[in-house]
Design a protein around this ligand. Sequence first.
Ligand code: NAD
Length: 249
Amino acid sequence: MDTEERRVSLVTGGSRGIGRAICLALARPGDVIAFNHFDPDESEAEKTLALLEEAGVTAQAKKFDVADPAQVQEYLGQVVAEHGRLDALVNNAGITMDGLLVRMSLEQFERVLRVNLVGAFVCLQAAAKIMMKQRSGSIVNVSSVAGVVGNPGQANYSAAKGGLIALTKTAAKELAGRSVRVNAVAPGFIETEMTKTIPEKLAEAMKASIPMGRAGQPEDVADVIAFLCSDAARYLTGQVLHVSGGMYM
Ligand code: NAD
């Protein structure tokens, strides 16, 4: 982030998994961290809130669908009205609805695009307006190795994550002149609720293909995102950092 003062960050899908680790990696005492989620209940979000409060952060959370532009704008407006600025946005919320291409319904394709890509666009656009006025800010989009090399059974997800990389580069070009940086990370196989749904045999095969010989942990991704949001990355924009233990190189 481009300020040494109290930082205000917004993380989508912050209740669990990689999103929770991102909230914690960004947390410095005195900071403000706001996140949203779309879990059926508040239990995971409450755990993240408690961990953030322990870290000395002013934390707030709200349940809403990141694909709903009205709710995104309302929440972002509320955070900025309350805390006066927005230093970092991490577009992390994401879902999978896997199926082979020939059997994939249009609804299945569109819903995954809507959450992973349109949701990120809506947040990015709303944040960009604020950050351009501030002339500072860092936006990080959470893509995936699937968005770079494709993945059988994930036509919808790969399309969304590939689109997110193109969106990152275009936004980086448009916003660079106002000192707003936009980057992406492309995680490989990270152990979370999302990857728990992968059949065991396939999961084992995926892990075996990782040169570093282990699955990633949410913190492995979160630490790279914290770097991208920090002043240490001040001359870095439009980049995709592959956090995959060498799965993609
Ligand atoms: P997860 O399922 O554990 O967590 C997803 C988070 O997104 C939750 O907080 C959930 O509430 C939120 N979310 C889901 N749908 C939402 C919606 N419509 N509106 C708002 N919030 C919503 O998943 P994870 O593994 O932590 O994944 C986080 C991100 O990392 C996703 O974008 C995912 O595509 C990406 N990713 C994960 C992996 C992996 O191996 N786990 C690999 C590459 C990329």
